[in-house]
Design a protein around this ligand. Structure first.
Ligand SMILES: Nc1ncnc2c1ncn2[C@@H]1O[C@H](COP(=O)(O)OP(=O)(O)O)[C@@H](O)[C@H]1O
Ligand SMILES: [Mg+2]
Length: 316
């Protein structure tokens, strides 16, 4: 089987609010799937359905071929879920916390001590084995929570905004940990409303907004599909406004922005067209007397892609 997660026309309503609208999602086995969208987009709702915590209003979702509404027990065996909040566990030590959840998943008592030590090692918390959970830093709690999602050795990890509220250092640690999980052949679905959090670690992305999937696929093909739209950064030694006027009315030019306060001062040209007409753009500038010292297409990164597919809407 190539897709570990599949949804078809997945729809969810809370009263009159449509949280998910006919979502068709697929996540290949072995992917790190970044599920990206602003607050209220429907990420948590999707994840709760995939983990069998919430029944969809209509449509269906499958994990490893098991329908979430028909075979919830089989689905739960496959999935480890890290919710976007961490419960309160007074007077519980790190190892006891993992022991508790392992017992809940029927891991035999004689296998638990070794497994707990291995998990603590994996998330770099061996030194906190006997520490109280409530005394751990936020980053440590997140890592412990991640260890907890793995006590039953699930194929799929669903992590709801694991990086939110972490300081930069804890984020780097989380990223390293996710890399390690990939080498353990886990498929990972990870959500965020901040794109840059996920930019470096995903193989695939899905962009969701207001309950609809706007784009989904491997990072390279999503980039390619958007590649006809370029932003050129142009440095000229003489008047920027004059240079801008030269290209503003050319076919394919969508927008020209003059940035006099940038270092160095520059133009940004939004342009839609193929390679040949790109050279026309440069030729026009030069022929018109602009002293061009730099002319380059800005590299599309995930942030650009997100802004394009969500129609320049600002992230919350
Ligand atoms: N329990 C709930 N009751 C009513 N509305 C909800 C509930 N949970 C979420 N919603 C609404 O559903 C939409 C999607 O929410 P959610 O899935 O939490 O989005 P995200 O995780 O992307 O921020 C939002 O409009 C939110 O207000
Ligand atoms: Mg959420």
């Amino acid at each position: 089987m190539t897709h570990l997660v599949e949804t078809q026309a997945l729809t969810h309503r809370y009263g009159n609010t449509i949280a998910l609208e006919s979502l068709d999602l697929s996540i290949p086995s072995g992917a790190v799937y970044g599920f990206i969208g602003p607050n209220g987009a429907g990420k948590t709702t999707t994840m709760r359905i995939l983990t069998t915590l919430l029944a969809p209003s209509s449509g269906q979702a499958w994990v490893a071929g098991h329908a979430v509404t028909k075979e919830p027990r089989a689905v739960r065996r496959m999935v480890g879920f890290m919710p976007d909040f961490f419960g309160v566990y007074d007077n519980m030590r790190a190892w006891e916390y993992l022991d508790f959840f392992a017992a809940a998943y029927n891991v035999p008592a004689n296998r638990r001590p070794t497994m707990i030590n291995e998990l603590l090692e994996l998330v770099d918390l061996s030194h906190k084995r006997d520490a109280y959970v409530m005394g751990l830093s936020r980053g440590m709690k997140q890592r412990l929570s991640l260890a907890r999602t793995m006590v039953h050795d699930p194929a799929l990890l669903i992590l709801d905004e694991p990086a939110s509220g972490l300081d930069p250092r804890a984020r780097v640690e989380l990223r390293e940990l996710l890399k390690e999980l990939r080498t353990l052949n886990k498929t990972i679905m990870i959500s965020s409303h901040i794109l840059t959090e996920l930019a470096e670690m995903c193989t695939h992305i899905g962009i969701i907004e207001r309950g609809r999937l706007l784009a989904s696929g491997d990072v390279a093909s999503i980039m390619r599909s958007l590649q006809t739209h370029h932003v050129f950064e142009v440095h000229v030694l003489n008047d920027l406004e004059v240079a801008a006027a030269l290209v503003r009315d050319m076919p394919g030019v969508l927008d020209v922005r003059v940035l006099p306060d940038a270092l160095p001062p520059m133009l940004h040209i939004d342009y839609e067209g193929d390679e040949h007409s790109v050279s026309d753009l440069l030729a026009r500038l030069v022929a018109g007397g602009a002293a061009v010292t730099h002319f380059a297409s800005q590299v599309n990164d995930l942030e650009d892609i997100f802004l394009k597919v969500t129609d320049q809407k600002v992230l919350l």
